[in-house]
Ligand binder design. Structure first.
Ligand SMILES: *[C@@H]1O[C@H](CO)[C@@H](O)[C@H](O)[C@H]1NC(C)=O
Ligand SMILES: *[C@@H]1O[C@H](CO)[C@@H](O)[C@H](O)[C@H]1NC(C)=O
Ligand SMILES: *[C@@H]1O[C@H](CO)[C@@H](O)[C@H](O)[C@H]1NC(C)=O
Length: 444
């Protein structure tokens, strides 16, 4: 009995002290240990020339071949000194650190006709943009473990303009390459790197686990098509922290496959933490979906600072998706200027083909959004569920979304059941106002 009360006492002290220091000190970056590499090589030892003109594909492939085949205990660090290294796409290998010095730039060539093609992802059934295969990501990792990409804020530059123009002129043959993709990989760290001008999505971990991304900067013009920042896809134990993202599409978008292909593959995204992200985009700050067919659960996003946004928080799915979106907790979001503050919608995104099952309705359940403050937000929010599958357990608390006087609008809701507490403007009758003992915040 005595022991029990002591442990309860200790537990409550811990709980108090951790909350009194605030979540801003919290971190999940420790889920992947940072390994010291005794073995170090430089790209210049393999013929790399950082003059911005020499094509360094052979140097990158040779250096990585050396790491893969001449295995050194504890792995190997590949150092990229200052300079501009033009190269075609290449594959990483396991047990390596890719280290970009200050002033190191790895720049993608623009000869799109020669870009390698790889198979579509099974959970998408085809390329995301066009049927068939897809162009391999500029930097690619398949089936790897223990990979670190870091340094002193060197740059990985996709020179995406040529790809964006092909998209604009509808001359693409296959789905554009991501800037970096890890597939079927684990124990990945990406930190202190600048990603810029990705042809398509920037960072795409798919079928991965234990991925940490922190202190990255991701930049692409506001009008660049589909340049999502970070898209964890059918992956679990992902930690994204302390980053600045300003692109032409969603800053962070959690996905898990597309319609009948995603349902069949059945790989959820879960246990994903997103913390202390700042940025700007014509689309969403924190997005979930719209490809959600493998299911998305146990997501925490907190301390998000957004400006000049399309939508602050956007949860999106569609009929034919199946799967679920559940146990999502989003808190402490500050929005300066947006078209929408919060948008939860069941009619977003296209289908891979006509074979999707219109009866495969997603389940959206247990979405808690707390402490959101917005100024100059044109539309506070809308929550539009599905007739055959209403969104339930939608819980909003302490939300203030203010517009300029003449554009101030109320919420739009349909097919949704939930609660609200201290939400301004007043949300809608579907979200019955709570007070007193029960509130959403008690489940946070
Ligand atoms: C979930 O992720 C966090 C950090 O992001 C980690 O500390 C925790 O161990 C993970 N939980 C499980 C069940 O793997
Ligand atoms: C790179 O990886 C892809 C996908 O695993 C593979 O198809 C391709 O052959 C690899 N390329 C090289 C040069 O090793
Ligand atoms: C790199 O950039 C990040 C994000 O802006 C910053 O926090 C970090 O201190 C920088 N690191 C170095 C080594 O300059």
């Amino acid at each position: 009995m005595w022991r029990l009360s002591v442990s309860i006492f200790l537990f409550s002290c811990l709980a108090v002290s951790s909350s009194s220091y605030g979540d801003s000190e919290a971190t999940c970056s420790g889920i992947v240990p940072l390994r010291y590499r005794y073995d170090k090589i430089s790209i210049t030892d393999y013929g790399g020339v950082g003059d911005g003109r020499t094509v360094n594909t052979k140097a990158f492939r040779a250096a990585i071949y050396r790491i893969q085949h001449l295995k050194r205990r504890g792995g190997t660090l590949l150092y990229i000194p200052p300079g501009v290294y033009l190269t075609e796409s290449f594959n990483l290998t396991s047990h390596m650190t890719f280290y970009l010095a200050k002033g190191a730039v790895i720049r993608a060539v623009q000869d799109t006709w020669n870009w390698p093609l790889i198979d579509p992802l099974p959970s998408y059934g085809r390329g995301r943009e066009l049927p068939g295969g897809r162009y391999m990501s500029f930097i690619h990792g398949d089936g790897l473990r223990d990979v670190v990409i870091t340094g002193q804020n060197g740059t990985i530059d996709g020179q995406g303009e040529v790809w964006w123009n092909m998209w604009r002129s509808r001359t693409l043959k296959y789905t554009r390459p991501n800037l970096i993709e890890f597939k079927d990989s684990k124990e990945i760290i990406i930190s202190n790197v600048i990603f810029q001008n990705s042809p398509f999505w920037n960072i795409h971990p798919v079928y991965c686990s234990n991925v940490v991304i922190h202190h990255v900067t991701i930049l692409a013009p506001q009008d660049s098509p589909n340049t999502d920042g970070i898209d964890p896809d059918s992956s679990y134990n992902v930690c994204i922290e302390d980053s600045y993202i300003s692109t032409g599409d969603d800053l962070v978008a959690i996905k898990s496959g597309w319609d009948e292909y995603g349902i069949a593959y059945g790989r959820p995204s879960s246990n994903i933490t997103i913390r202390r992200i700042t940025g700007s985009s014509p689309f969403a700050g924190i997005a979930i979906g719209s490809e959600t067919s493998g299911g998305i659960k146990n997501i925490v996003a907190e301390h998000i600072t957004l400006s000049n946004m399309g939508v602050g928080v956007n949860i999106k799915t569609n009929i034919g998706r199946g799967g679920y979106i559940k146990n999502i907790k989003i808190s402490d979001v500050y929005i300066d200027t947006a078209k929408y503050g919060i948008k939860i919608a069941g009619d977003t995104g296209d289908h891979p083909d006509e074979n999707y099952n219109p009866n495969a309705l997603p389940i959206v359940k247990g979405i808690h959004i707390k402490n959101v403050w917005g100024v100059n937000v044109r539309n506070a929010g809308s929550i539009q569920g599905l007739k055959g599958s209403p969104f339930t357990g939608i819980c909003l608390s302490e939300i203030n979304l203010h517009g300029s006087l003449n554009s101030y609008k109320t919420w739009k809701c349909s097919d949704v059941i939930g609660t609200s507490l201290k939400v301004s403007p007043w949300p809608c009758s579907e979200l019955r106002t709570t007070g007193g003992s029960y509130s959403c915040s008690s489940t946070f």
